[in-house]
Design a binder for this molecule. Structure first.
Ligand code: NAD
Ligand code: SSN
Length: 504
């Protein structure tokens, strides 16, 4: 197991080279990142073997937590201005290296370069947003004076009641490969704004993006111990989870990934050291409902965006399409036409809409679910094209018992059924235990409020297929997790409230 463990010379306007390049094992080699159109070297990466299977995960993690702990003592005393400056400089570093970072992401994960570029901006937006939070009362040292209910013979209420915020302490974080930059900044930006130090393990599939972001953070003043990235391989994931969940110095665990692993961490943390705060951003299986009065241009556009973004490998991707009976044929015909126009291919090539799925196993899993779906009709796609590339697929009229309908498919597969009325649609949606994103299209204002409020989801898009932003709370209900990221809610996850009663 080998890793590319450091990104050097990340130059402004620069970018990275295909991971398929053969490199001699057991060496530290320099790995150039090239601009594909000019062949200009954009940055250099060192490839080392020391994050391999023989790494003592528990020792390395312990030592990173120790460092975060000791640095945390002084870091929590920094001013709001200091932390705001770091975050805002870090955002600028990321924005000025957008092409380099986007290229790393595309080469690591396969997503089209245009999507990687959007993710760079999305990721930077969390740093910018939380640099502003440093100054708000919700930030570290912010708080409230509470009107006192205690009577006093003087006629004034007795005492001053105050609540103020303190950082929770050292945080252990784990992020996935599908948004290797934005999922990282969505955690570390509020943590840093709150005065917490953090130790993060990125996905084994996308360590370079995390390392590059860390490197840019250094330039912005994120000193050693404030935020560390430990790029363990697959064999190190469980060990890292154990190490953070059972270490008394880690006061908060923040995880983004599958529901299975999220629950595993929750139970480990419960049985391990001190009681820990937990944020779990887990899987979805988003419903997408088109009512009879929907604007069909909008519906098709939103369906394509919310289904095929990142080749369907997004926790908020629509999976379960419910279409009003009277609009079913029209929707399927137009959605199919759009899906067939999407170009599947190399993410570095211009015009590519969908890259490969992350691994052969992921592609085989999607292929199996489609093959095992015995009811319904595949109206387009349904095949693994080559390697990990899967064709945009639409299946119509499958039974509710099919796995491809019931479970998040994390691939470019849209499952479409019709429905008769709101109650039926809601009943079908509520059959799932997940509750992350949901979408519906209608022009009826009453229905927007009625149906929107009834949906068992943390995120609701009305007449829109892409709704994520640093400014709004992101998170799920039920099997989709606990806690919120982004917005003013996001920083609360990293703050303890202290109440002080001062008797005059
Ligand atoms: N709600 C959200 O914000 C959000 C965002 C992105 C992805 N996701 C979900 O993540 C899933 C896909 O991502 P994935 O395949 O990388 O998920 P995953 O759970 O397999 O992996 C996520 C992270 O956990 C690590 N990991 C794996 N096994 C572990 C273990 N036993 N202990 C500790 N860490 C472990 C991985 O190395 C990776 O860093 C989907 O279900 C998707 O919906 C959710
Ligand atoms: O995959 C989940 C995150 C996607 C998003 O933030 O929009």
């Amino acid at each position: 197991m080998r890793f590319l463990t450091s990104v050097k010379h990340l130059l402004p306007g620069v970018r990275i080279l295909p991971p398929s390049t053969p490199l001699p094992p057991s060496t530290i080699s320099t790995y150039p990142v090239l601009n594909p159109s000019t062949n200009q070297v954009l940055c250099l990466i060192d490839r080392q073997d020391d994050w391999g299977s023989d790494v003592d995960v528990s020792r390395v993690t312990r030592s990173a937590v120790d460092k975060a702990m000791s640095v945390g003592e002084s870091f929590k005393r920094t001013t709001s201005l200091d932390r705001a400056n770091i975050l805002s400089l870090w955002a600028s570093e990321i924005r000025s290296n957008s092409l380099a970072l986007a290229t790393i992401m595309t080469l690591e994960s396969g997503k089209p370069l245009t999507e990687s570029l959007s993710e760079v901006e999305y990721g930077a937006s969390f740093l910018s947003y939380y640099s502003g939070s440093c100054y708000r009362t919700s930030g570290l040292n912010g708080g409230h004076i509470i009107p006192s209910p205690f009577p006093d013979p003087s006629g004034y209420s007795r005492g001053t009641l105050m609540s103020y915020n303190e950082p929770v302490g050292v945080c252990g974080m784990i992020t996935p490969w599908n948004f290797p930059l934005a999922m990282l900044t969505r955690k570390v930006a509020p943590a840093l704004a709150a005065g917490c130090t953090s130790v993060l393990k990125p996905s084994e599939h996308t360590p370079l993006t995390a390392i590059a972001v860390r490197e840019l953070g250094r330039r912005a003043g994120v000193e050693d111990g404030i935020f560390e990235v430990l790029p363990f391989g697959e064999g190190g994931s469980r060990g890292f989870g154990d190490a953070i969940c059972t270490n008394d110095d880690v006061k908060k665990v923040s995880f983004t990934g599958s529901t299975r692993v999220g629950k595993e961490l929750q139970s480990k943390a419960a049985g391990g050291g001190v009681v820990k705060r937990m944020s779990l951003e887990l899987g979805g299986n988003a419903p997408f409902v088109v009512f009879e009065d929907a604007d069909m241009d909008r519906a098709v556009d939103a369906a394509v965006k919310s289904k095929f973004r990142n080749a369907g490998q997004t926790c908020v991707c629509s999976d379960r399409f419910l279409i009003a009976k009277s609009r079913m044929d029209e929707f399927v015909e137009r959605f199919k036409k759009e899906a067939e126009e999407l170009k599947v291919g190399d993410g570095m090539e211009e015009g590519t809409n969908l890259g490969p799925l992350i691994t052969g196993q992921a592609a085989a899993n999607v292929e199996r679910k489609v093959r095992e779906c015995k009811s319904g009709e595949i109206v387009t796609g349904g095949k693994r094209i080559v390697g990990n590339f899967f064709s945009p697929t639409i299946i119509v009229g499958m039974g509710l018992e099919e796995e491809v309908w019931r479970e998040e498919n994390f691939g470019p597969v849209a499952c479409v059924r019709s429905f008769s009325d709101e109650d039926e649609a809601l009943g079908v949606i509520k059959m799932s235990r997940t509750g992350l994103a949901s979408y519906f299209l209608t022009k009826d204002v009453g229905r927007i409020f009625r149906f929107g409020r009834e949906l068992p989801n943390g995120l609701v898009g009305v007449n829109e297929g892409i709704i994520s932003t640093a400014h709004a709370p992101f998170g799920g209900i039920g099997e989709s997790g606990i806690g919120r990221e982004g917005s003013g809610e996001g920083i609360e996850e990293y703050l303890e409230k202290k109440y002080m009663m001062i008797n005059h």
